[in-house]
Design a protein around this ligand. Structure first.
Ligand code: DC
Length: 223
């Protein structure tokens, strides 16, 4: 059985970057499942469909050929043969992904694909419903979070570095809106699995978070 580590948590908890670092330390792959929902969202936007229109979204999703492959250990996300890894990081796609991911037809397809991928290699898988739904039997489950204010502050700093001057208050309200959508949707809402270990990174450096997660993994799998 491959090693499977589930990491769930809200927007801006640093899941993706922390997961990259932990995967590197453990010499395993990192599957970013959010990227798969983002790829569907990109396809939906390109089709000119409203991400809130569940039926139309389900139609696009049925045809969407979302693939994941690894290049030098790094995930590339594809729509058919097109590498969309860079194109799915815009604000438009983020907002659309939050809507698209609430539709059961979309979730069914993505969850099935994620379970298949998890069987193929030792992987750390990050998302919203990995510990509660995709891999309920994962031997290690982490729920990584921080206060909304701290997550918004980190996101704000990242955006500033990229030259985006969106005010902090706006970043915080967009984050609260996505949290609320992810936590209150009917299908597979974001929540901490009962057997997940809570890691609150509000007052931790990225290095401390990585060390804490690696220690949890080593307790279960050994060094
Ligand atoms: O982690 P992210 O921001 O890249 O995720 C994009 C969207 O996809 C986010 O709104 C929540 C959703 N998502 C999900 O519903 N289930 C997952 N396993 C991963 C992401």
């Amino acid at each position: 059985m491959p090693m499977n580590i589930a990491i769930d948590g809200p927007v801006g908890a640093g899941k993706s970057s922390i997961a990259d670092l932990v995967a590197e330390r453990l010499h395993i792959l990192h599957l970013d499942t959010g990227a798969m929902y983002r790829a569907v969202a990109l396809d939906v936007l390109r089709s000119g469909i409203d991400p809130r229109d569940g039926e139309a979204v389900a139609g696009v999703c049925e045809e969407a050929d979302v693939r994941v492959r690894y290049e030098n250990g790094a995930q590339r996300t594809l729509l058919g043969d097109e590498d969309v890894t860079g194109l799915i990081r815009t604000k438009e796609v983020s907002a659309a992904a939050s809507h698209v991911s609430k539709w059961p037809a979309v979730r069914r397809r993505m969850v099935r694909a994620q379970r298949e991928l998890a069987k193929t290699a030792d992987m750390l898988i990050d998302g919203r419903d990995i510990g509660t739904n995709v891999l309920v039997d994962a031997p290690v489950k982490i729920y990584l979070t921080a206060t909304p204010e701290e997550r918004a502050r980190r996101r704000y700093m990242q955006q500033m570095e990229k030259g985006d001057t969106t005010p902090y208050e706006q970043v915080l309200s967009a984050l609260n809106e996505r949290d609320s959508q992810d936590m209150n949707r009917e299908t597979d809402p974001l929540r901490q699995a009962e057997d997940a270990v809570l890691v609150d990174s509000t007052r931790m450096t990225p290095e401390q978070v990585v060390d804490a997660i690696v220690a949890i993994v080593e307790e279960v799998y050994g060094k």
